[in-house]
Design a protein around this ligand. Structure first.
Ligand code: NDP
Ligand code: OXD
Length: 336
């Protein structure tokens, strides 16, 4: 949901400048130059300044906008006038925690950008893995055991899935799972109407307990905020049905890792599919690596598609230049 109160119309930092006056500071971790070049082609009326190679030779002081993914700590040091930050990501916890982020900068994030479909596939994989008890079978195979009697027929319709969050990603995940016959319920912060009658939605702290009690599989697709940090902890696990399965493609800091290990040891949780970690990659001696009931993926559950992501950022830049409010404006007080 776009919060239209974040950029007051007419307060755009661009309004008194023609685009050709406008430089945009660029840093996207891991870019081999391709993305930078694409932005330069798509914004021929702007100067896109590469922070990595041009910061020593370019006057950065007057720059008012930036395109970023995981910018270094010094990124904003010489550009105190940056007022619009185009985050090249869906999650904005990293940029919001950046020590140099100007206090009054507006952040505009990616919405979906090809990620929702991938996230739905990732979630479906995890849900099927749990429902069809693939963990038991994988382990048995590694011991050359034939475990026909240990695998029971549990139908999709009896496998209730709960999704923490029903945003750009969570909602599409919910719809895909519902299409595959899983009863799905989402939990959100505010009340919302979901048009798909096969997807239920509850909201608020008071609804959390009842929501958790039914989830055979729990998927975390929350943004990382003060309110959601550490939410996947022992007290939450205790409210799930015994043997529930956890899927976390949200953020590593949503999960209390020790509590998960304890819950796996006690059988409270039967297994977990984890894409994100407190430290990425986890240290070599991290207990998750070899845990028989944990599947690790390297933060690839959903990767933004470059074409769609560049389109979104370029459209947002044009929208802001017109003095309008683009989609994806982050509410900094909420943290997402
Ligand atoms: P959105 O901002 O679109 O949706 C967030 C959802 O979480 C909303 O439904 C919101 O509720 C809900 N929410 C936020 N805070 C709370 C709270 N305190 N209590 C209950 N519900 C809450 O985010 P996206 O769907 O775009 O992305 C979700 C997250 O997925 C990202 O922030 C990122 O961390 C992660 N991600 C991971 C990727 C990966 O590859 N592993 C790729 C991309 C994203 P409400 O509807 O009421 O606002
Ligand atoms: C994102 C991510 O937030 O890839 O976009 O995690």
């Amino acid at each position: 949901m776009v919060n239209r109160s974040c950029i007051p119309i007419g307060a755009s930092p661009w309004l008194n400048q023609s685009p050709s006056d406008v430089s945009i500071l660029f840093y996207c971790e891991g870019d081999d130059g391709q993305l930078l070049q694409t932005f330069r082609q798509r914004l021929p009326d702007h100067v896109v300044v590469d922070w990595t190679s041009e910061r020593q030779t370019t006057e950065l002081h007057d720059i008012t906008a930036a395109i970023v993914w995981m910018p270094p700590a010094e990124f904003f040091d010489n550009s105190p006038l940056i007022r619009t930050v185009y985050a090249f990501s869906a999650g904005v916890d990293g940029i919001l925690q950046h020590p140099g982020l100007p206090e009054n900068a507006t952040i505009i994030r990616l919405r979906d950008a090809g990620m929702a479909r991938q996230m739905a596939e990732y979630a479906l994989y995890g849900v099927l893995y749990s429902q069809r008890q693939m963990g038991i079978q994988r382990l048995a195979q590694s011991k050359r055991q034939w475990v026909q009697n240990d695998v029971s027929a549990i139908s999709a319709t009896d496998t209730h899935v709960g999704i923490l969050g029903a945003g750009a990603l969570g909602l599409q995940v919910a719809e895909r799972l519902a299409l595959n016959d899983y009863p799905v319920c989402c939990w959100t912060r505010s009340a919302r109407t979901v048009r798909n009658e096969r997807v239920k939605c509850v909201h608020g702290q008071e609804a959390l307990g009842g929501f958790l009690n039914t989830c055979r599989v729990l998927i975390c697709l929350l943004p990382l905020t003060d309110a959601t940090t550490g939410i996947l902890n022992a007290s939450l696990f205790d409210q799930l049905p015994p043997g529930a399965f956890l899927i976390n493609p949200g953020r590593g800091a949503h999960l209390n890792e020790k509590d998960l290990l304890d819950a796996l040891a006690s059988g409270r949780i039967s297994g977990a599919l984890l894409d994100v970690f407190n430290k990425e990659p986890p240290p070599e001696d991290h207990p998750f690596w070899n845990h028989p009931d944990i599947i690790i993926t390297p933060h690839v559950a959903a990767q933004s598609l470059p074409g769609e992501s560049v389109n979104q950022v370029v459209n947002s830049i044009r929208t802001v230049e017109r003095g309008d409010v683009p989609a994806g404006v982050v509410d900094r007080s909420r943290g997402y």
